[in-house]
Design a protein around this ligand. Structure first.
Ligand code: 13P
Length: 254
């Protein structure tokens, strides 16, 4: 993931269902990415497609994983280690996505995973975000505690390999009209930076912040212009090759 460029990350989640569909989507995305020099595009497909794509990325697309385990080796059935991911060409691992946190992942587990990933020499995309907003602004406290716990095990010397994805749960999987507004995203990005500065000093402020939650071609431009963010983490619109190519072009022109 090249910092300085806009970062656009596709989270395909548990889609598509076959390798043939995944390959077609990957190639269409690669085409769009190759025309956007000012954008760094990362695709996070399901695990079974990762090694297929490591041969297809051609340096145009970075490969990301949707998760990584908190250690290398051992009796951990079904898990995938940072070492294995690095070996097949993955350069960034997402940890702490809300859809995983909703089922079993605690802040502590996410923090251990984040530290294991950066120790392996990979970048980590750490997902955070509040479940809901209240009028009193109590959610800011919830977010602060989540950030502190999620970064509790991450060592300062690895901060240059960290990217944060701010994904408020109330904005995920909706229509772009129900996404967070640019002003909400900006205000929250400033808050996240402040918490990171409290934890890590000046270096905490340099961690790029992406926004995710119902980003589409319709709202991407305004969010990049006024949201004070480095890019996006995109779910369902990344499964639509045309819509995703359009978002990449918007980011390139922004
Ligand atoms: P949507 O773009 O589908 O709202 O998903 C956001 C997300 O969860 C990406 O990780």
């Amino acid at each position: 993931m090249k910092k300085g460029k806009k970062l656009i990350v596709a989270n395909w989640k548990m889609n598509p269902g076959t390798a043939a569909e995944a390959r077609a989507l990957f190639l269409a995305t690669r085409r769009a990415a190759s025309e956007a020099r000012r954008v760094s595009v990362t695709v996070c497909p399901p695990f079974p497609f990762l090694s297929l794509f490591s041969r297809l990325s051609n340096g145009v697309i970075s490969l990301g994983s949707q998760d990584a385990f908190w250690r290398n080796g051992g009796p951990h059935t079904g898990e995938v280690s940072p070492e294995m991911l690095k070996d097949i060409g993955v350069t960034i691992s997402m940890v702490g996505h809300s859809e995983r946190r909703a089922r079993w992942e605690t802040d502590d587990i996410v923090s251990r995973k984040a530290q294991a990933v950066v120790r392996e020499g990979l970048s980590v995309l750490v997902c955070i975000g509040e479940r809901a907003r209240d009028e009193n602004g109590d959610f800011f406290g919830v977010l602060r505690e989540q950030i502190k716990a999620t970064f509790s095990k991450v060592q300062r010397r690895f901060l240059s390999d960290v990217v944060i994805a701010y994904e408020p749960l109330w904005a995920i999987g909706k229509n772009w009209r129900d996404s967070a507004s640019p002003s909400v995203v900006r205000e929250t990005a400033i808050f996240i930076r402040k918490v990171m500065a409290d934890m890590f000093g000046d270096e905490g402020v340099t961690v790029p912040i992406l926004y995710g939650g119902s980003v589409g071609p319709e709202n991407a431009g305004a969010l990049l212009r006024d949201g004070d963010i480095a890019g996006f983490l995109i779910g369902h619109e990344s499964l639509d090759a045309e819509a995703f190519a359009w978002i990449i072009r918007i980011a390139n022109d922004a």
